[in-house]
Write a protein that binds this ligand. Structure first.
Ligand SMILES: NC(=O)c1ccc[n+]([C@@H]2O[C@H](COP(=O)([O-])OP(=O)(O)OC[C@H]3O[C@@H](n4cnc5c(N)ncnc54)[C@H](O)[C@@H]3O)[C@@H](O)[C@H]2O)c1
Length: 348
């Protein structure tokens, strides 16, 4: 099936094109669109695809059956909707697929009306290590009391350099961490950009996810967070540090009174097999993985299956995942605001 990609920045170049290169028996990149003509032309040339700078040109291309949206966040909702309305067979949208609950509801309605399945690039949910764990974790999602997502990564650019030749990397300035607005923006970005990879996993273990409360939230320099959450029945810890440490680590853990699950994921950008899941109950430990491919390839395989007619997942799952992330991002920012107000009061 023919693939068209909207937005050809580092994620397209370093993640999706290498994944698609291994799936040539089922998927072929036909069209690359980017608002920067030099990027569109150069990235398309690498894969022998057509290039353009207009979304209409890509959506009007009959060779494009599957559309991937890899533009910056703020364009995701309108581009997903346009791809559905163009009658494509399936859509992959990089995370987050919307920036608020209204956009998410609109996307879901358009997907239902047009019958075009959508998946979000939360790659861990497509990782064979996670999927194998889900078939073997018994009642842990119902009985877990503590859940932890822990991420230690170098900045994205370090992976991009290893991955391929990247053109058009955005230049980042040094943020002013004395400005409370900068801290709030960094925390919101951390939740919606990084934690969001694991929030669908955490939600799976949190039946009362609608009652989530942020107990404490801190920004970690240069980029990261420590966020403590609770629901009536669960304790949740989110930790991330993006700095110059090596080696990277990305783990998801869930604990009940008598069982524990730990999943070690490969870092973003890295295509080196799947996550490894370790499940322990009493004195018995079972290990699943590593399998041959990771969640990036997994999401493309799923997309091809959906385009070929496989039953799509419930749209409500995507909405619930996004609402959970937005609730945590809002509560995190509110927590920082109240810390700031207390500090100001003490100062006065
Ligand atoms: N799944 C992952 O592991 C992962 C990792 C990093 C980023 N992401 C997500 O992937 C997306 C893209 O990330 P990136 O780092 O490549 O972003 P980027 O902003 O660096 O690059 C995006 C590209 O889109 C182009 N663009 C800008 N406006 C556009 C528009 N209206 N239509 C089409 N193209 C447009 C830009 O010219 C640029 O080439 C983001 O949503 C991000 O959250 C996913």
């Amino acid at each position: 099936m023919g693939v068209g990609i909207l937005g050809a920045g580092p994620v397209t170049q370093a993640i999706h094109l290498p994944s698609l290169a291994r799936l040539g028996d089922i998927l072929t990149v036909r069209h690359i669109m980017d608002v920067d003509p030099a990027v569109a032309e150069s990235v398309a040339a690498r894969v022998g695809a057509t290039h353009s700078t207009s979304i209409d040109a890509l959506l009007g291309d009959p060779d494009v059956e599957i559309v991937a949206i890899c533009s910056p966040h703020q364009f995701h909702a309108e581009q997903v909707i346009a791809a559905c309305r163009a009658g494509k067979k399936a859509v992959l949208c990089e995370k987050p697929f919307a920036m608020n609950a209204e956009e998410a509801a609109l996307i879901s309605a358009v997907s239902a009306e047009t019958g075009v399945p959508i998946i979000v690039g939360a790659m861990h949910t497509f990782d064979p290590g996670w999927l194998a764990a889900s078939e073997n974790w018994d009642d842990l999602p119902e009985t877990a009391h503590t859940i932890r997502s822990s991420i230690v990564l170098p900045p994205n650019a370090r992976f991009e350099d290893f991955a391929t030749e990247i053109i058009t990397r955005p230049a980042g300035g040094a943020p002013d961490y004395t400005d409370a607005e900068v801290i709030k923006g960094a925390l919101r970005g951390g939740v919606m950009g990084l934690a969001i990879h694991d929030l669908p996993l955490i939600r799976r273990f949190t039946p009362d996810f609608k009652d989530v409360e942020v107990l404490e939230a801190r920004h970690v320099r240069p980029f990261g967070y420590v966020i403590s959450l609770r629901t009536p029945t669960r304790t949740i810890e989110l930790r991330a540090a993006m700095n110059n440490t090596w080696k990277p680590e990305w783990s998801f853990e869930a604990f009940s009174d008598d069982a524990a699950l730990r999943i070690d994921f490969t870092p973003s950008y890295v295509q080196a097999g799947s996550a490894v899941a370790t499940f322990t109950r009493g004195s018995r430990t079972t290990v699943h993985g590593p399998f041959e491919h990771n969640g990036y390839e997994g999401e493309w395989r799923e997309l091809a299956a959906l385009a070929a007619g496989k039953q799509p997942p419930a749209a409500q799952t995507l909405i619930d995942d996004l609402t959970f992330a937005l609730d945590i991002a809002d509560a995190t920012v509110a927590n920082v605001e109240s810390q700031h107000a207390v500090a100001e009061g003490a100062h006065a």
